[in-house]
Design a binder for this molecule. Structure first.
Ligand SMILES: *Cc1c(COP(=O)(O)O)cnc(C)c1O
Ligand SMILES: [Zn+2]
Length: 550
């Protein structure tokens, strides 16, 4: 698959690496993927008929070189449901609900997470940082667990505890910040910078925008199946796309999807966009209504719907404003009470239980129909963005989150942020070396360790490499396989014990092998613990690790 990354500011083209997040020429962080539309426009429609209805059916238009089916949780391919009762009630019969609650973690963030994690995994990244109002962290955590990747999830303390527990349930480290979401993002990015970790860039993440555009592709395919082609092009578009927004990633991606389809001649127009915000945090709506070209940030959001609490949308507003204006769309805001009412109406009339953030879109729909902006004859698609579920508190035990209390004094906010980070994690984590020749087994051990504590994990794929790694890094603990090419585990142990610096490093031998009495003798007194490979899932393994590291 071939694609390039084009800078939206200077037009410079560069190859794609997930870790290079700025334009090499002008340093802009606003860039997007470009494909061979001429070729794909002709070849892809023919292939679609034979593919499952999920996000990867459009893989030629996604920035992942080799889609990794083993990461998939069945993302994308959500139903488009006609809202017959709402339509009757509102006198607007063609309302359709794109039901993104039906993603693997119950929100449309699953598209973004599945494509982004696939690209990061392809680039060999095993640890990342993300700031989130909840759902991004839930979804990234689910995919990170499959990919063997550690996620540091920075969330504001306003995120409901049930959502935080779900993040922790997947094995991510939750960092709770007592501050606004914009502050939470600053702390996360400082943390990532200090530790040289990959950090999610929100709406500037190329893979995330690309993932969101599949919503547009699916809507066009599904609407065509229901209403037939619109004559001028093979696929049909609705008149409106309505979505509740926070940072605006969804509509930025969905717009790109419609634009690409139009460029390829699949559809003949782009729908009008209606991004909806909660009144207590509506910087984009307010700025648009004032006719501003740049958004005025909201410094202290006043909405209980924390999922939508981006106070400073930055340049996302400028792009979205252009899309809304060019499609004759409209920004609108609604009160929290309107959203709760819409949530109840949606459940009672259509059997769809959405979270308050998703209900904001429906409250916006009601308002725009009442105002005559959306006409009775229009076909409208509303994105029902999510309904994430609470996780069971009991099974997580204590200590599943760390709390960072930002100082309340206004004088040195920047210093406060930085010193707050020392509460999150020490300078250095215990080092654990995994010496194991099977990649899958290494990934499994890494994942078990990552999901239950904070360690620096080093890996080697045979005995000789392992010995060099241990002598160089002097880890706090070694997890060692016995049967390996180049040098077996027995020899590694003998070499370690023979040298003073490595003689006392604790070793856990992890083996699938039945040991002979003679082999047991060779290990006796030389290692701290012997695990059969199936034992890894037991808590004892982690208990053992934690005891040995002290
Ligand atoms: C993230 C989220 C939104 C806002 O999406 P953006 O397009 O990123 O602004 C809306 N609803 C739900 C349920 C979300 O998880
Ligand atoms: Zn540039």
């Amino acid at each position: 698959m071939s694609f390039i990354i084009k800078c939206l500011d200077c037009g410079h083209n560069a190859p794609y690496y997930p870790t290079s997040t700025t334009c090499p020429k002008c340093n802009s962080q606003w860039r997007e993927a470009e494909y061979d539309y001429e070729l794909i426009g002709k070849s892809l429609p023919v292939k679609l008929a034979g593919r499952p209805f999920d996000l990867w059916r459009y893989r030629e238009l996604l920035p992942v070189r080799n889609p990794n089916v083993s990461l998939s949780l069945g993302e994308g391919g959500t139903p488009l449901i006609r809202a017959v009762n709402l339509g009757m009630m509102l006198g607007c019969p063609n309302i359709y609900i794109k039901d993104e609650r039906q993603g693997p973690t119950s929100s449309f963030k699953d598209r973004q997470a599945s494509v982004t994690i696939a690209a990061l995994k392809e680039a060999g990244i095993t640890e990342m940082v993300a700031a989130s109002t909840g759902n991004v962290a839930i979804s990234y955590s689910a995919y990170a667990s499959r990919a063997g990747m550690k996620l540091w999830a920075f969330v504001t303390s306003l995120v409901p505890a049930t959502k935080m527990r779900e993040i922790a349930l997947y094995g991510s480290q939750v960092i709770k910040i007592t501050g606004s979401y914009d502050q939470c993002k600053q702390v996360a990015s400082e943390f990532a910078r200090q530790r040289h970790l990959y950090q999610d860039m929100g709406a500037r993440t190329i893979t995330s925008i690309e993932a969101m555009k599949t919503i547009a592709f699916e809507i066009a395919e599904q609407l065509t199946a229901i209403q037939g082609t619109d004559g001028a092009a093979p696929w049909r578009t609705p008149d409106w796309y309505v979505q509740a927004i926070s940072g605006g990633m969804g509509p930025l991606g969905v717009y790109k999807g419609f634009r690409e389809m139009k460029d390829m001649g699949w559809v003949n127009r782009i729908p009008a966009f209606a991004p909806i915000q909660a009144e207590g945090c509506a910087p984009m709506v307010d700025s648009w209504k004032k006719g501003l070209e740049k958004a005025e940030p909201v410094t202290s959001p006043k909405t209980r719907i924390e999922t939508l609490a981006t106070g400073d949308p930055g340049r996302a507003y400028e792009f979205l404003r252009a899309y809304v204006n060019s499609t004759n769309g409209a920004f609108e805001s609604v009160s929290d009470e309107d959203a709760y009412r819409a949530m109840h109406v949606l459940a009672k009339m259509e059997g769809i239980s959405a979270e308050p953030a998703a209900a904001v879109a429906f409250a916006g729909l009601f308002k725009l129909i009442r105002a005559g902006v959306i006409k009775p004859s229009d076909t409208v698609v509303v994105n029902c963005t999510g309904h994430t579920m609470p996780a069971e508190p009991i099974i997580l035990g204590e200590n599943w989150s760390r709390d960072v209390k930002l100082p309340t004094s206004k004088e040195t906010p920047q210093e406060g942020l930085l010193s707050a980070l020392t509460q999150v994690a020490p300078e250095r984590f215990p080092k654990i070396a995994i010496v194991e020749d099977t990649a899958e087994a290494r990934r499994l051990i890494r994942r078990i360790l990552q999901s239950q504590g904070n360690f620096t994990i080093l890996e080697a794929s045979n005995g000789r490499e392992g010995l060099e790694l241990i002598q160089r890094e002097l880890p706090d603990l070694i997890i060692l396989d016995l049967m390996m090419p180049e040098m077996d585990g027995f020899t590694v142990i003998e070499a370690l014990r023979a040298k003073q610096e490595t003689a006392t490093i604790p070793v856990i031998v992890a083996t699938a092998k039945e040991l002979t009495p003679d082999e047991k003798n060779r290990l006796s007194g030389q290692i701290q613990s012997l695990m059969q490979k199936g034992d890894f899932l037991n808590d004892e393994f982690l208990e053992e690790v934690k005891t040995l590291i002290k």
